[in-house]
Design a protein around this ligand. Structure first.
Ligand code: HEM
Length: 299
């Protein structure tokens, strides 16, 4: 039996930090896995912090060739869609996602981790996420309405026993910067046509416009994914950290193709108002998969 990393399902946390890391040229892949495995997930009763760690698929495959889906690939090439539209590939070697009840504990733990990894990796990106009006994206719309429920989420996100990478998950991490002025120049009715749902109550439009976001990512077409998106940023520079987990890469990759208008030439209308700055896939091994690289615990 394999155990999935718990933080994937730790909903309701107020504070998030995402770090993407690059291995230093002098550090072999194994030393990066060892250093990450040795980060001890802190546990306190008052303000716990969850840590989810993941690896570039090609790097993990070098270390554990049978413990990763054979067809899983990093985001190694820009995704080019209709009319030359581009989603950039910004793959890094590893990801750490800290989530917790308050920003101070997440801040402390992420700094400790950066220090613990300094000999093997450098920080390539850092993003801080926070909830907006409970469950809304910075577009003002509820994000997550069609997410699987928590009891269903494990089956959607985690690779089942008997398959390569069992207990693991595939993460698509993509940072989207909103063009807030452009978005807010739209009427609420026009925004609703872009999303394909109503703004106040998140009721699905029937029929959904073909180029609406809900239409271009329809899980009845592409399969289910488990989204843990959060808003990020400051008053002048902000957007959505898309954090999507799935037991297979196919649904995530096909949704991106669909949003970019690959195939049908119809781009997701939302892409006129928000822009992907990054794009990376990470393999999130089972707890056992990561721990096998850990040094024996201090007595
Ligand atoms: C700026 C980026 C994004 C924003 C603001 C955003 C926002 C939203 C909102 C407001 C909804 C409707 C409510 C809901 O069902 O959750 C939604 C639905 C959805 N989004 Fe996104 N999203 C973004 C990017 C993405 C990306 C990159 C993907 C996939 C790779 C994606 C996949 C989905 C899926 C699967 C649904 C549910 C579709 C359905 O079955 O009805 N989203 N998103």
């Amino acid at each position: 039996m394999h155990t999935a990393q718990h933080g994937i399902f730790a909903v309701g946390t107020n504070s998030q930090v995402y770090l993407e890391l690059d291995r230093l040229p002098r550090a072999p892949p194994r030393s990066l896995a060892q250093a990450i495995a040795n980060l001890r997930e802190p546990r306190t009763t008052m303000a716990g912090v969850n840590l989810v760690s993941g690896f570039r698929p090609e790097l993990w495959r070098k270390l554990r060739p049978k413990d990763v889906p054979p067809d899983l690939l990093g985001f190694n090439q820009d995704l080019v869609g209709a009319d030359g539209y581009v989603m950039p590939a910004t793959q890094h070697d590893a990801v750490l996602w800290f989530s917790g009840g308050a920003p101070d504990v997440v801040f402390d733990e992420s700094r400790l981790a950066i220090r613990g990894l300094a000999a093997v990796a450098s920080v390539a990106t850092e993003t801080q996420g926070w909830p907006y009006r409970q469950d809304r994206d910075l577009t003002g719309f509820i994000d997550g309405t069609e997410n699987p429920t928590l009891p269903e989420a494990h089956g959607v996100a985690i690779i089942p026993e008997g398959r390569a990478g069992a207990g693991g998950s595939i993460l698509l991490l993509q940072k989207w910067q909103h063009d807030t002025a452009r978005w807010e120049a739209l009427s609420v009715a026009a925004q609703e046509r872009v999303i394909g749902r109503t703004k106040a109550e998140s009721i699905e439009m029937d029929p959904k416009p073909a180029d609406s976001h809900a239409g271009k990512t329809d899980q009845d077409v592409f399969g289910n994914v488990f989204r843990r998106n959060v808003p990020y940023g400051s008053a002048t520079d902000h957007g959505t950290m898309f954090v999507g987990f799935c037991a297979e890469q196919g649904p995530l990759a096909k949704m991106l193709d669909s949003m970019a208008g690959v195939g049908d030439g119809v781009r997701d209308a939302l892409t006129n108002y928000t822009r992907p700055l990054t794009g990376a896939y990470y393999f999130i091994p089972s707890i056992e998969g990561v721990r096998r690289f850990a040094s024996p615990a201090d007595p």
